[in-house]
Design a protein around this ligand. Structure first.
Ligand SMILES: [Mg+2]
Length: 447
């Protein structure tokens, strides 16, 4: 057989923004006017085969900065052998994280790290397409030794040794075929944040909460943290709508100091919140531990803004969280998320991923499904966030069926967007934004 000489020849980048702030979709106590955006990239190759698609999520201004960060990584990517990088995505992950000059901008945190995550995820998308498998299946079918080789144990080996990780991965293989069949039959449990955005009226909250229960969801989530009297009223409205048996999580989006997090959460305890999410700064490991101690039995959850595996390690070591909310596009891609899933498995903390935004549901479902089939082996007390926004822009959108994510079967990481969506929502040259800008200029002209 001839050697596969296919190479990556280009990293095309796109600044894609959706005008979601106009409907108050996605509004919370810290982010009142998000325009959900994707810093999106396509890995083009020298052959007629599949391309790799990846992105990271931002909420508007700054998406251009995020795109520039992805472009700064080009030289590590262009020219690489597709066969080699797909056989060992960790080799690229190491090079990107290890760029000694760009590393100064982190290390392993913030805009540069999110850019690394987008590029690494695009390689995993390409690898899964070449294998003809959805990413969750590629990971679940992989040998434990190979998965282990994809994990960077630097800075986490004090909490999780490679030997322990290998043991967890081998244990995860036991019964995995049965779980894969069950996953394909039933899907993976979801919860919905759609009813609970801060900008919605009580009527809209009630209507959407009723719909959520009717649609088979067993958990909803409410945004809190702007005004306590409002939160008491909204929690009462939501609890009345869903009844006592549906779980109701609350999410403060980092609004509080530690003392305020404790008093505010306890003031909502009568409505039986299942977890309090992001009560304070995502960097405050010991603060979370204090909150957890003082709001029990209400669980503490965080992770969507946790910048890397090292902070997750400390949250687990400190006993600071009950629920770990990894995000597919915040950290350094699939490789780092494998490390985070392994840490969670070691500490026995359920992973309930953050999703929503643009395409985060599409991505993160693959990680949870792998975790169920071939690592933790359970969906008990595990749910993936679901927000019903913007899925129509994706070629392989998530499908929710009776409160469950249906397992994707198309090859890849479900990351590709429709060409028409890209052309319409590219900022500022896409059709939507050109028309919008022209309209704004017209209304600004004095009569
Ligand atoms: Mg949240």
């Amino acid at each position: 057989m001839a050697t596969d000489t296919t190479r990556i020849v280009a990293v095309d980048t796109y600044d894609i923004r959706f005008p979601t702030s106009r409907e108050l979709d996605g509004s919370d106590a810290m982010n009142p006017d998000p325009d959900y955006s994707a810093a999106y990239l396509v890995l083009r190759t020298s052959a007629d085969g599949p391309e790799g698609h990846g992105f990271t999520f931002t909420i508007g201004r700054g998406n251009d900065v995020q795109v520039a960060a992805i472009q700064a990584l080009r030289e590590h990517v262009v020219g690489r052998s597709v066969a080699e990088v797909c056989a060992d995505p960790a080799s690229l992950h190491r090079d990107l994280v290890g760029d000694s000059q760009l590393r100064w901008l982190g290390p392993e945190k913030g805009v540069m790290h999110m850019a690394i995550g987008a590029v690494v995820n695009a390689v995993w998308d390409l690898a899964a397409k070449r294998e003809g498998k959805p990413l969750w299946r590629l990971l679940a079918d992989a040998e434990p030794e190979w998965l282990l080789s994809q994990v960077d144990f630097r800075y986490i080996a004090d909490a999780l040794s490679p030997d322990e990780a290998l043991h967890l991965l081998r244990r995860g293989k036991e019964g995995s075929a049965d779980r894969a069949a069950e996953l394909l039959r039933r899907g993976y449990p979801a919860y919905t944040t759609s009813p609970g955005w801060l900008g919605y009226s009580d009527e809209k909250l009630t209507r959407l909460a009723h719909e959520a229960v009717a649609d088979g969801f067993r958990q909803i989530k409410l945004k809190v943290g702007a005004d306590l009297a409002d939160d008491i009223r909204r929690c009462r409205v939501a609890r009345a709508a869903i009844g006592p048996d549906i779980r109701m999580a609350i999410d403060a989006n980092q609004r509080w100091n530690v003392a305020e997090a404790i008093s505010w959460t306890n003031a909502l305890a009568e409505f039986d919140p299942y977890w309090i999410e992001e009560p304070t700064s995502p960097d405050d490991v010991l603060g979370h531990a204090t909150v957890r101690e003082r709001v029990a039995p209400i669980r503490v959850a965080t992770g969507e803004h946790v910048q890397n595996r090292i902070i997750f390690k400390q949250l687990l070591q400190a006993g600071a969280i009950d629920v770990l909310q990894l995000d597919a596009a915040r950290v350094g891609g699939v490789n780092e998320n494998l490390a985070i899933l392994l840490l969670a498995a070691k500490y026995g903390v359920p992973v309930c991923p953050h999703a929503g935004g643009v395409g985060l549901c599409e991505l993160v479902q693959h990680l949870s499904m792998f975790d169920y089939v071939a690592l933790s082996g359970t969906t008990e007390d595990r749910v993936i966030e679901f927000v019903d926004h913007l899925h129509q822009h994706f070629v392989d959108p998530v499908v929710i069926d009776d409160g469950h994510y249906r397992a994707p079967t198309a090859p890849g990481f479900s990351a590709a967007m429709h060409r028409a969506s890209i052309d319409t929502y590219r900022y500022p040259q896409g059709d939507f934004w050109v028309a919008d800008l022209a309209q704004q200029q017209n209304t600004e002209v004095p009569a």
